[in-house]
Design a protein around this ligand. Structure first.
Ligand SMILES: [Zn+2]
Ligand SMILES: [Zn+2]
Length: 313
């Protein structure tokens, strides 16, 4: 592979990241690279005019549904059809592929043949002591305290943030802070690649200022009535036998109707893009008192999963 081709293929690292990686390698420092497996799909951005597909309701970046036909907002559940064009300039170059770990690993090995690059899959077998670069998903957290790292690279902030969950930013914020506290070397740099460096979550991380993050996060949640400004109940039915499955669904729907509750979401999956394989989710949101025990009992009776303020909706 020619140097030029490799450069093009390594485009998941911007030039500044590559210089920092090289600088660290030359100083014999250890590097950890974190890549989110979930981000193996596409991230939306217009290559021509940099349009980022903001949600018309809440201004968060929208994400692409699995079938590529809809845009989804992870915050307010807005779903709009996607005609594969940039609404700002009309360009059709709007998708950006995000590589998986395997590909990044292979290309780094080709690019830096003189250095030892390993993948971390959750277990160390003792031979990794010699590595210069280690790459893995968030399981990499496990070993951050075991070595003296000089650089931690998060390949794509978007792959953590652009997932359809109202609390994905908070989880990302907590994860990065956790990682920071695990690092032995106080001089270790954390580098997060992102196309939206102006997001409050990054500012809060750079300034090490949780207040900044939580003030904004809470104002959005208040506006959209997400926990802690409401209570969310998730009831999930699983099953392979169609008649049993349907009976369970009927039981939940009958109960909800009797109680006069309003369903926030009911469907095979969230976001509603894939045909569910015997999984049905009900989300209920309450601003006032409700019969929590009644709902819990109902879930028990039909052997459904019951969760209050679920971490993942
Ligand atoms: Zn555009
Ligand atoms: Zn929205």
């Amino acid at each position: 592979m020619s140097r030029k081709t490799i450069d093009k293929n390594l485009s998941f690292f911007v030039t500044d990241t590559l210089s920092m990686i090289e600088e660290t390698l030359l100083r014999k420092g250890k590097i950890a690279i974190l890549h989110n497996r979930k981000g193996s799909s596409k991230i939306l951005r217009c290559e021509k005019c940099e349009y980022k597909f903001p949600c018309s309701t809440c201004n968060s970046s929208m994400t692409l549904s699995d079938d590529g036909k809809n845009l989804l907002c992870r915050f307010c559940k807005t779903v709009i059809p996607f005609d594969k064009r940039c609404p700002a300039c009309g360009s059709k170059k709007v998708g950006e592929r995000v590589y998986g770990i395997e590909k990044i690993y292979r290309l780094l090995k080709e690019y830096y043949p003189d250095f030892t690059i390993v993948k971390f899959t959750g277990r160390m077998d003792g031979t990794e002591e010699e590595f210069d670069i280690i790459i893995g998903t968030s399981v990499i957290k496990k070993i951050l305290g075991s070595y003296n790292f000089s650089l931690l690279v998060i390949v794509s902030g978007e792959s953590f943030l652009n997932i359809p969950d109202y609390n994905s930013e908070e989880r990302f914020f907590i994860m990065v802070n956790e990682m920071r506290s695990l690092l032995n070397n106080p001089e270790c740099k954390i580098l997060i690649q992102t196309r939206s460096p102006n997001l409050e979550v990054y500012k809060a991380l750079v300034e090490n200022n949780p207040d900044l993050f939580y003030t904004r996060e809470l104002s959005i949640r208040k506006q959209l009535l997400y926990p802690p400004f409401s209570e969310m109940i998730k009831i999930e039915i699983k099953g392979t036998k169609k008649d049993v499955f349907e009976r369970k669904k009927e039981a939940v729907e009958k109960y909800i109707k009797e109680q006069g509750y309003e369903l926030f979401y009911s469907g095979p999956a969230f976001p509603p893009v894939k045909k569910g394989k015997g999984v049905w989710k009900y989300l209920l949101r309450f601003k006032d008192n409700f019969d929590r025990d009644g709902l819990r009992k109902l879930a028990e009776e039909i052997d459904a999963a019951f969760e209050e303020n679920p971490s993942q909706i």
